[in-house]
Design a protein around this ligand. Sequence first.
Ligand SMILES: C[S@@+](CC[C@H](N)C(=O)[O-])C[C@H]1O[C@@H](n2cnc3c(N)ncnc32)[C@H](O)[C@@H]1O
Length: 197
Amino acid sequence: MSVDWSKRYRQGKTPWEKGQAHPELAALLEVHRDLVEAADHILVPGCGFGHDARLIDRHSKGTVTGLDIAPEAIEQARILTEKPGPRWVVGDLFNWQGAYDLVFEHTCFCAIPVERRPEYVESMARLIRPGGSLLGIFFLNPDHEGEAGPPFGVQREELDHFFGNFFEIRWSAAPRQTYPSRLGDGRELSLLLQRQA
Ligand SMILES: C[S@@+](CC[C@H](N)C(=O)[O-])C[C@H]1O[C@@H](n2cnc3c(N)ncnc32)[C@H](O)[C@@H]1O
C-alpha cells in the first residue's frame, strides 16, 4: 500500500498537521539536553511543515535537516522558517544518505506502510552513526483518528522487535503532554534508542 503524500498536502487532508511542535518535545529536549547539544548533525525524517525541526534547531548547536518526500510540505516548512533555521530537503528517507548523531522521529514511523517497517528501521540504522541516537515520540494507537491508515498503529513489543536488531533502548516514558486529539492512556510512547556500535 502506498500513499501519495503530495496529494494529501494538495488536498489539505493533513490531520497530523497541528500548527505546532509536539507539546512534549520541549520537555524531551530538556531531559536529553546533553545529547542534543553534543549532536553536530540532526535529522528529522518526515518533517511535514517542520514545527518539530524548528524547535530542535533552536536548541541545537549543530545542523538540523528536515527531510520530507512531499515538496508541498517542504515548501511550507521554508515559508514558516525564520532564517537561518533548519536545512530543508525533499527526499525519500529510504534512499537518503548521511551520518547523523541524532534522529528525531515523530509520526513518520506510523506513516510508513506496515510491510516497509523493517526497511524503515534499516534506513535509520544506516543513517545514524554507531553510538548515535534515535529519539522518538511514537504514535502507538492512532485508531481514533478515523481512517484505516496512515497512521498505522504499533505495539510497544513490536517496536522492541523491529529496532532490537540495531538499537538498544536507553530510556522510555509516556509523554505527559500531547495534542488534544491524542489524549488517552498508552496512545504515545517516547523512546531513546542508541545505535549499536
Ligand atoms: C503523518 S505525517 C507527519 C509529519 C510531521 N512529522 C508532523 O508530525 O507534523 C508523515 C510525513 O512523512 C512524510 N513521508 C512519508 N513517507 C516518507 C518517506 N519515505 N521519506 C520522507 N518522508 C516521508 C510525509 O510526506 C508526511 O509529511
